[in-house]
Design a binder for this molecule. Structure first.
Ligand SMILES: [Zn+2]
Length: 494
């Protein structure tokens, strides 16, 4: 007598071998038999004729570590077949955090994505009061263990957290002593259960680290058989050089490198993925363990234009925000903040730095605006689109963005876009795996926080749109990329 019997499905076992009709028996959470199991009896029997049966999918890139404390069932992951997630990506994880700054750091990380700070984090109050249930990486994992979560977690620790812990937000290379302290802290995190190190090379404070600092940390990861996952420095014009950096980290340390949500933003950069894929192939031939993952959408994270304007209180009532946006003081202050935050190369950050790479994905149903690039929606001429941190220029951007928001009930949502062919080229490469770049959700977020369809549809879209409509491969080969291949990369055995 087994626990579960799946009768008559098309078994796609993940090895890449031909799918076949078979029964699958499960006991104590493990597959115990596959084949014609006619006489078998089971606690529960499911007739799955006409359906495919596959091992649970592995999400190579998620941010679920940010949402699991408040969305522990991970319904959005499970519903698309994900049973294991690599989380702690892009240099961000919820640990380690210093006691003094824990509340601020955790609030910032979760608010940015979830729209509000989940009460489950225990950081709603001011710093110094209460505080979260964890500080160290091990304590964070213990917290999840106690809560109970719906998926298997493959946690990696974010380099931004490690740098913030030791160096703070300073925009300078670490000193010798600080580097030693960061390496020691990484050792501790790996000891406590982290399975790798992640970077978000374009996000502060991690981005303040020069390449040699990353190499020093990756060497620690390599020495413990941990992986290095990287959201590379530039995913648009400079993507080739950015991928070169990640490959260099692998070459110099021997660490297993995973390039995260690989893409080239901007139609004009579509051809660059051929170069980056060739570069990775070349590196693999010379012994570097480097692969990448991707999500099956031609647009990236969806953001609200409102949040791009510094000084907007995310959780305040909309009428108050609208009043604020119309004031001279607000606009002047916003200009100051945007100019101050420019990159060392003199480019504005975020939407305003590359307004032609972002498209309006929703504007409350205004078809005249939806689909336009941000540059078009703001009526920017070419020379203004190459936004330098010049206060007069930035003032025009702020005025037009604020006015556009005011005329659309403050709901203008934007996403960086890429060519669909480039997405298919990356996904279709035999070495590419799949990651959602999402975080698991058990319920809807508030309506001011846009949610990308990848939260629910990544794996179905690979098997549906990209296999059936774009013919990116056969079912057996694709399921292999979603299961056994990532398992091997991550060192997950039976
Ligand atoms: Zn990322």
């Amino acid at each position: 007598m087994v626990d579960i019997l799946l009768r008559g499905g098309l078994v796609v076992d993940g090895t890449g071998s031909e799918p076949r009709q078979a029964d699958v028996a499960v006991s104590s959470g493990r597959v115990v038999a596959v084949g014609r199991l006619e006489g078998a009896s089971a606690e529960r029997i499911f007739d799955v004729r006409g359906l495919a049966v596959a091992p649970g999918f592995i999400d190579m890139h998620s941010h679920s570590d940010l949402s699991l404390p408040s969305h522990p069932c991970a319904s959005s992951s499970l519903l698309q077949g994900i049973t294991t997630e690599v989380a702690g990506s892009c240099g961000w994880s919820l640990a380690p955090v210093r006691r003094e700054t824990a509340a601020t750091v955790l609030k910032r990380l979760t608010q940015a994505l979830l729209g509000s700070v989940p009460p489950e984090l225990g950081v709603g109050k001011e710093d110094g009061e209460d505080g979260p249930a964890w500080h160290s990486f091990g304590e964070y994992l213990d917290h999840l263990e106690r809560t109970g979560i719906g998926v298997n977690l493959y946690p990696v620790v974010g380099q931004s957290l490690i740098r913030a812990h030791v160096v703070g937000s300073d925009r300078r290379p670490a000193t010798v002593g600080e580097l030693k302290a960061m390496k020691a802290l990484l050792e501790v995190c790996l000891e406590e259960g982290a399975r790798g190190l992640s970077t978000g090379r374009s996000y502060e404070p991690g981005s303040n680290a020069p390449t040699r600092e990353i190499i020093a940390l990756a060497a620690v990861a390599a020495s413990r058989g941990a992986i290095y996952t990287s959201h590379v420095k530039d995913e648009s014009d400079g993507v080739v050089e950015a991928v070169e950096e990640a490959v260099r980290v692998g070459r110099e340390t021997g660490v297993s490198v995973e390039i995260s949500h690989h893409k080239a933003v901007g139609e004009e950069n579509a051809g660059k993925v051929d170069q980056t894929l060739a570069l990775m192939e070349e590196a693999r031939r010379s012994g570097v363990d480097v692969t990448c993952d991707a999500y099956p959408y031609a647009f990236a994270q969806v953001f609200s234009l409102l949040n791009e304007l510094p000084g907007v209180e995310r959780e305040g009532p909309l009428e108050e925000t609208a009043r604020l946006l119309a004031t001279e003081e607000f606009r002047q202050a916003a200009v100051g903040e945007i100019v101050k935050a420019a990159t060392p190369e003199g480019r504005l950050r975020g939407f305003f730095g590359r307004p032609h790479h972002y498209r309006v994905v929703s504007a409350g149903g205004d078809r005249d605006v939806e689909g336009l690039t941000l540059a078009e929606a703001l009526g920017l001429r070419d020379e203004e689109a190459a936004a330098a941190p010049d206060p007069d220029r930035v003032r025009r951007l702020v005025d037009r963005a604020a006015d556009l928001l005011l005329s659309h009930d403050l709901t203008i949502h934007l996403a960086a876009t890429m060519s669909e062919d480039a997405v298919a080229a990356v996904l279709g490469h035999p070495e590419t795996m799949v990651g959602t770049d999402a975080f698991a959700l058990d319920r809807r977020l508030d309506e001011r926080t846009p949610v990308h369809p990848r939260h629910y549809g990544t794996f179905p879209r690979v098997l549906g749109h990209y296999r059936r409509e774009r013919r990116l491969g056969d079912l057996a080969g694709l399921v292999h990329k979603l299961t056994a291949k990532p398992a091997r990369k991550l060192g997950l055995g039976d």
